[in-house]
Design a protein around this ligand. Structure first.
Ligand SMILES: NC(=O)c1ccc[n+]([C@@H]2O[C@H](COP(=O)([O-])OP(=O)(O)OC[C@H]3O[C@@H](n4cnc5c(N)ncnc54)[C@H](O)[C@@H]3O)[C@@H](O)[C@H]2O)c1
Length: 286
């Protein structure tokens, strides 16, 4: 063994190769649009093959065509559909090295005005399917002793979620599910993570507002994020670069969650001045 003072001669991995997904198969659930479509492209650009699963047949078909993937139609909220998405991935691609599940939507309303039906719809749409995906894909990955699962959480599951409480609760639950699954699947070399987007100009969000997604997100930190920003983070979590990362929810939010609770966009005093400082010296602070 080297002495503490010696030079570091430990081996250096091939970092470029760690981003290579050639020979691997991935299932993207909700691949037909937005973050799912961008994720399918990101995987394919790094050599991975993709099954593009979506509830909408035309979208599944279109994105599969773009990335040379396999379209599969199914509803992520249904256990039998999730099971067949996983099985189709194994039969079509020969292996299932990763799954990305991007499905999720909020219904809005103050807590006091929320119906039980709306509350339950959001729980099912945001978190229940993640359990189905972990169960179906996790069984195969546990057997093959490798795999990476990535979900889309939200900053609203980390901070509060005014006027969409059920969504915030479900996304917080999703981050918790990710941690628990990560620990349970750790002995089998299966990693489980999530990406928590900030405010993203996805086609669904932009078109609801009647604007073009590219108008809302200009690539600057202070604007809305792009769906490709989320896909890039998902890609990292799928690759061997993240081989020791599991149980995490990675915020991709242009620093929104880092905001101080008080408005402080510029220094409140000239540089180098403390609050209450006088020429005689600084007043003792309580
Ligand atoms: N846009 C934002 O600002 C924002 C912020 C935080 C989190 N998120 C989360 O990002 C994720 C993706 O949002 P988006 O707007 O890019 O996607 P989206 O809602 O446009 O959906 C993407 C695709 O998923 C498909 N899909 C919907 N329900 C499905 C189901 N049950 N089974 C299979 N496919 C289904 C749709 O047909 C669509 O093609 C969601 O989980 C959302 O909660 C979005």
């Amino acid at each position: 063994m080297d002495s503490l003072e010696g030079l570091d001669t430990t081996s250096v991995p091939d970092y470029r190769a760690m981003m290579d997904l050639h020979g691997r198969g991935y299932l993207v659930v909700g691949a037909g649009r937005g973050m799912g479509r961008q994720t399918a492209h990101a995987i394919s650009a790094h050599g991975g093959r993709v099954v593009c699963a979506d509830i909408d047949p035309a979208r599944a078909e279109a994105v599969a065509k773009e990335v040379g993937g396999v379209p599969v139609v199914g509803d992520a909220r249904r256990a039998d559909d999730v099971q067949s998405m996983v099985e189709r991935t194994v039969t079509e691609l020969g292996s299932i090295d990763g799954v990305v599940d991007i499905v999720g939507m909020a219904r809005y309303g103050a807590i006091v005005d929320t119906s039980e039906e709306d509350w339950d719809w959001v729980q099912e749409t945001v978190v229940r399917h993640a359990f189905l995906v972990i169960r179906a894909a996790g069984r195969v990955m546990r057997q093959q002793r490798r795999g990476s699962l990535v979900f889309i959480a939200s900053m609203n599951g980390i901070s509060s979620a005014p006027f969409h409480a059920s969504y915030g609760v479900a996304k917080a639950g999703l981050s918790h599910l990710v941690k628990t699954a990560a620990w349970e699947l750790r002995p089998f070399e299966v990693r489980v993570n999530a990406v928590a987007p900030g405010s993203i100009a996805s086609p669904r969000v932009a078109f609801t507002r009647g604007v073009d997604p590219e108008e809302l997100a200009d690539g600057k930190l202070a604007s809305m994020g792009r769906t490709s920003d989320i896909a890039a983070a998902v890609l990292y979590l799928l690759t061997d670069l993240a081989g020791y990362v599991s149980g995490q929810t990675l915020a991709v939010d242009g620093a929104i969650l880092a905001k101080n609770p008080f408005d402080m966009d510029e220094p409140p005093l000239p540089a180098g001045k403390a609050m209450g400082e006088t020429t005689e010296g600084t007043h003792p602070t309580p």
